[in-house]
Design a protein around this ligand. Structure first.
Ligand SMILES: O=C(O)CCC(=O)C(=O)O
Ligand SMILES: [Mn+2]
Length: 198
């Protein structure tokens, strides 16, 4: 689909040094409802520990990795399960926009407002220089916050809606860190980050 075919024009939400382009209506509502329900039920969800300040702590959300390559972050390695038909279809749809071939996807399941993701960059060496990451969201809208990694200033945020795509590329993972903060109340939300792992 060319950019001209999106009713809401794709926009870069970053003011400098990187691109995080929001495609607010990547997947239509009715299709997103079906994808959301299918991903919840057919994904092998796990709650995994990560290393924080040298200690293992449980992540405040459920995760899964599918595709061809392990995903490594915060001191843990997630070996992949083989692509499902649904994940392959989603991968092909986002590849048409990103013009990049992805080989792995990390899925995050935020069960309620207590589930979250702390400040981090997706800058592991396996993702290479200037990684392209396609982040697709289904279910409840949650705030996705970005700030300059060095100065902790220039904060920007976007509400990632059901069926949206946030395409991050250029210097985004080097200059900006991002998080999904806790909130008082939230319905379940899924996020999929398609990645190229070397
Ligand atoms: O849930 C999100 O929108 C972000 C997920 C994320 O940052 C990640 O998986 O690395
Ligand atoms: Mn991330």
């Amino acid at each position: 689909m060319s950019a001209a075919l999106f009713p809401i024009p794709p926009t870069n939400i970053l003011p400098y040094s990187g691109e995080a382009i929001l495609y607010a209506d990547m997947f239509p509502q009715a299709e997103s409802d079906v994808i959301f329900a299918q991903l919840i039920t057919e994904t092998t969800w796990k709650q995994e520990p990560i290393k924080m300040f040298g200690k293992l702590v449980m992540q405040p959300r459920l995760t899964a990795c599918y595709g061809e390559k392990s995903i490594i972050y915060s001191g843990i390695e997630m070996p992949p399960l083989p692509w499902t038909n649904l994940l392959l279809t989603l991968k092909q749809r986002v590849e048409q926009i990103a013009q990049v071939q992805f080989n792995s996807v990390l899925l995050n399941y935020y069960r309620d407002g207590k589930d979250s993701m702390g400040w981090h960059r997706d800058n592991e060496k396996e993702l290479g220089h200037r990684p392209v990451i396609a982040s697709v969201s289904f279910g409840a809208e949650r705030k996705f916050a970005l700030r300059n990694y060095i100065s902790k200033m220039d904060a920007v945020s976007v509400s990632l809606a059901h069926g949206s795509l946030l395409l991050m590329r250029g210097d985004t993972q080097h200059i900006w860190e991002h998080s999904v903060p806790k909130v008082k109340f939230a319905q379940p939300r899924l996020n999929l980050t398609f990645r190229v792992v070397q």
